[in-house]
Write a protein that binds this ligand. Structure first.
Ligand code: NAP
Length: 470
């Protein structure tokens, strides 16, 4: 019986990538650049590709979205197919994929959010940043959220990372500056009617430990529509921080402190709208009336150095209430469990060793299953961070197939995989379908002076795709 080398022209490595965000595309690109032949099918549960670049990157950060041009180039390879509108765990199962592919790469990101675990977290008006970001970006999962910004005067954003910056900035920015972007139409109209006068930015540690990038806090500081207000006592850094800044801090931390100190000298400014930073403050509960949030109870923290010298927050006895109409928790994303795929219950990731998926219980590697991106390492890093991370998982895949051969009678093929999806009655969105929808969205945008008017509902996307096919 004849055999073919796995990854050869005669028998390309058949790979299913689940998820079409940055980490999935970087994995596809790494396979294309490898010295093997791979035939790649990229699946997404949505009809549209690009994951967080479409559904997460803020509409006023269009330059970042240009990275999709690189992904389109990867997608244009003749051995690459996009299969949108196919949900793993619902429309197809892991065993279906195993029948048609040698390797599965999970590039599913983190679709949910961390919980704070404090009282009142379920009150109306307390949202995760995930919901708000998805809503303004027209993600179908979140298009129906109601934030009632027109009835809110004071909102709190919990967290000091770049997602908190995005949320605060989009709320504080003049809607006219968002009007020509690809922001969802429903979000633009709600933001235009917004009555928000103050955004409280709550960091549980000090200004030196804030997770935001220097460029992101500066962008907020430069907004024309709002003033960034920094407490004057920022000048008096505690001893733990001073020591940490001198010995351990990153360049970003030093830049942030220098910027915030300078900003603190500028006072409150003349804008009606303020973004007020509160450092060393943790929510201990959300207070409400008639089921709706009305205030946050905060505790003042002090910092102590842990065994590695890292400043950590510790609650003091000082507490106070801040009246608020809305809360956005921007304290980090978290992966969701997919039926049939191992799940790390504590971390919300897919358990793995160097990208090779393992059982959760016993860390035993599962052959043929790999993971990249936030699903692999948790919700950290910028879009570009995923490139090296995906390349390292692909290196593990290549090591694993080294010297492997496949019987020539093996039935895994691109045709058989497509046939399986058709047999299940799935209306698969192809790359051509996406390109037609893409052009349609751009044309819809042109007619209203925007760079794109997104479809925000899967049924509408599919109806448009079916219309455009004819
Ligand atoms: P992040 O950078 O990890 O920030 C999370 C923030 O939440 C930190 O300030 C953290 O404080 C705080 N936090 C965590 N648990 C908390 C709790 N129980 N109570 C109060 N505060 C709590 O996460 P992210 O903002 O979600 O961003 C995720 C990744 O995407 C990051 O790498 C980010 O840089 C990236 N991103 C980049 C951009 C951009 O470049 N424009 C935009 C969005 C996101 P501690 O530091 O004390 O833990």
């Amino acid at each position: 019986m004849s055999e073919h080398k796995l990854g050869s022209e005669m028998r390309p490595l058949r790979v299913a990538i689940i998820g079409s965000g940055p980490s999935g595309f970087y994995a596809a690109g790494a396979l294309q650049n490898a010295e093997i032949k791979a035939s790649i099918d990229m699946y997404d549960r949505l009809p549209t590709p690009f994951g967080l670049v479409r559904g997460g990157v803020a509409p006023d950060h269009q330059k970042i979205k240009n990275v999709t041009r690189k992904y389109e180039k990867i997608a244009s390879d003749s051995c690459f197919r996009f299969f949108g509108n196919v949900c793993l765990g619902q429309d197809v199962q892991v065993c279906d994929l195993q029948a048609h592919y040698d390797h599965i790469i999970y590039a599913v990101g983190n679709e949910s959010d961390r919980k704070m675990g404090v009282e009142g977290e379920n009150l109306q008006g307390v949202f995760s940043a995930t919901e708000f970001v998805g809503w303004y970006n027209g993600h179908p999962d979140f298009r129906d959220r109601k934030f009632n910004l027109s009835e809110a005067s004071r909102v709190a954003v919990v967290g000091n990372g770049n997602v908190a910056m995005d949320v605060a900035r989009v709320i504080a920015r003049a809607p006219s500056e968002l009007a020509s972007t690809d922001i969802a139409a429903h979000a633009l109209s709600e933001l235009t009617a917004s009555a928000v006068k103050e955004v409280l930015l709550l960091g549980r540690r000090g200004p030196a430990q804030a997770a935001f990038s220097p460029s992101e806090i500066k962008e907020i500081g430069n907004l024309e529509s709002a003033d960034l207000v920094i407490p004057e006592d920022i000048m008096n850094l505690d001893d733990v921080t001073t020591n940490w800044l001198e010995n351990y801090a990153s360049r970003d931390a030093l830049k942030n402190v220098a910027y915030l100190k300078q900003k603190a000298t500028e006072g409150e400014g003349n804008n009606e709208r303020k973004i007020t930073c509160h450092f060393l403050a943790s929510p201990t509960s959300f207070e409400g009336e008639n089921g709706r949030v009305t205030a946050i109870k905060l505790v003042a923290n002090e910092l102590y150095a842990d065994e590695r010298g890292t400043p950590r927050p510790r609650a003091t006895e000082t507490t106070w209430l801040e009246p608020v109409d809305l809360v956005f928790k921007a304290i980090g994303y978290r992966g969701v469990e997919i039926p049939g795929v191992p799940y790390h219950k504590e971390w919300g990731t897919i358990p793995n060793i160097d990208g090779r998926v393992t059982e959760y219980e016993n860390e035993k590697t599962i052959p043929g299953q790999y993971v990249v991106g936030w699903a692999k390492r948790g919700p950290t890093g910028l879009i570009g961070t995923n490139k090296a991370d995906s390349e390292s998982t692909v290196r593990a895949m290549l090591e694993d197939i080294s010297g492997q051969t496949v019987d020539a009678s093996d039935t895994k093929s691109p045709e058989a995989a497509l046939k399986m999806l058709q047999n299940y009655g799935i209306d698969v969105v192809t790359l051509d379908d996406w390109h037609r929808l893409d052009q349609d969205e751009i044309q819809r945008g042109e007619s209203v002076g925007k760079i794109r008017e997104k479809y925000t509902c899967i049924d509408e996307m599919m109806a448009a795709i079916r219309r455009l096919r004819n």
